[in-house]
Ligand binder design. Structure first.
Ligand SMILES: Cc1cc2nc3c(=O)[nH]c(=O)nc-3n(C[C@H](O)[C@H](O)[C@H](O)COP(=O)(O)OP(=O)(O)OC[C@H]3O[C@@H](n4cnc5c(N)ncnc54)[C@H](O)[C@@H]3O)c2cc1C
Length: 275
């Protein structure tokens, strides 16, 4: 299939992007790497009247370290992050997860913020964003606001970003001492969309467990580390809170079992990684 007719415009400043978003609202779509947007347009899941190409924006940050936060700009590519010299030491969770994002060709074009805004429940970067409880900064004609990852995902491909807002930067917390980070994923074949994905951040007090693929949006739960002795029961109870159905990839029974087994393995890995 081909997309519906649309207008295309290039923007060179963020204020021009905001102006057009304000004028067209949900009839406009920002084009970043285009790796999800163009497929969605070809399938006619989204039919924008206008797409706003932000690839020509000037004077925007790529990646910066500010005290205990890594700040990422709207054009920073997934492959650039994968090759960033400090990824392993500063963002060890992303370091483990990013190689699962599609194939290298998608990561070469796809942006980090584009993936966060697209909000696919099977995507790795939204899951890490949630596990780390990062922050996204949004700009519109009405002003700026920032939203924590806990409050960002509302449903499949649905976020609390309004259609008149552009995401201008992403903040992720730098690795902390005495924390452990682990990521794992199950898919039909390597680099396919995940059937289930797991991102865990643990310290001596708590386990923050984020689950992707299985629920309709990236979902997080926290447990006290003292309750680790009951982890099988906690994972089982959590698996039963999820509203799951059989689909062409896996049965609901199998998905619950992934939560129990791969979930537990990822939690143990995160605890073993505490340093
Ligand atoms: C074959 C294939 C396989 C893939 N496999 C995976 C996979 O395994 N895992 C995975 O996570 N992803 C996968 N992807 C998706 C890919 O990683 C995309 O890069 C990513 O989801 C979107 O990033 P993008 O920069 O291409 O965004 P775009 O496609 O340009 O935009 C996506 C959405 O975000 C909005 N948007 C983008 N930037 C902003 C901004 N700054 N402010 C506000 N809104 C914005 C757009 O308007 C659009 O609605 C795959 C893609 C393909 C084509």
């Amino acid at each position: 299939m081909k997309p519906c007719n649309f207008e295309y415009t290039k923007c060179f400043t963020i204020s021009d992007v905001i102006q057009i978003l304000n004028e067209f609202g949900n009839k406009a779509q920002i084009l970043a790497g285009g790796q999800s947007l163009i497929s969605m347009m070809n399938m006619r899941i989204v039919n924008p009247e206008i797409i706003i190409d932000i690839n020509f924006l000037k004077d925007i940050i790529s990646i910066e370290e500010k005290e205990d936060t890594i700040v990422i700009g709207p054009l920073y590519k997934q492959l650039e992050l994968e090759n960033w010299h400090s990824l392993k030491t500063k963002l060890p969770l992303i370091d483990q997860a990013i190689k699962y994002v599609g194939h290298i060709q998608h990561r070469a074009r796809g942006t980090v913020i584009g993936s966060i805004c697209h909000g696919d429940p099977t995507s790795e970067l939204p899951l890490c964003f949630l596990a780390l409880n990062g922050k996204i900064h949004l700009k519109s004609k009405k002003g700026d606001r920032s939203i924590s990852a806990d409050d960002f995902y509302l449903g499949p491909l649905l976020t609390s970003k309004n259609s008149n807002e552009m995401a201008i930067k992403l903040e992720l917390p730098v690795r902390k001492d005495n924390f452990g980070y682990a990521f794992d994923e199950v898919s039909e074949k390597y680099s396919d969309y995940a059937i289930s994905s797991f991102a865990v951040v643990s310290d001596n007090n708590k386990i923050r467990f984020a689950l992707g693929g299985i629920p309709s949006k990236p979902t997080v739960i926290e447990w006290d580390m003292n309750d680790f002795k009951f982890i099988d029961d906690l994972l089982n109870d959590f698996a039963w809170t999820l509203d799951l159905e059989d689909d062409q990839h896996a049965s609901a029974i199998y998905k619950r079992d992934l939560v129990r087994k791969v979930g537990k393995k990822t939690i143990i890995n995160s605890i073993n990684n505490i340093k």
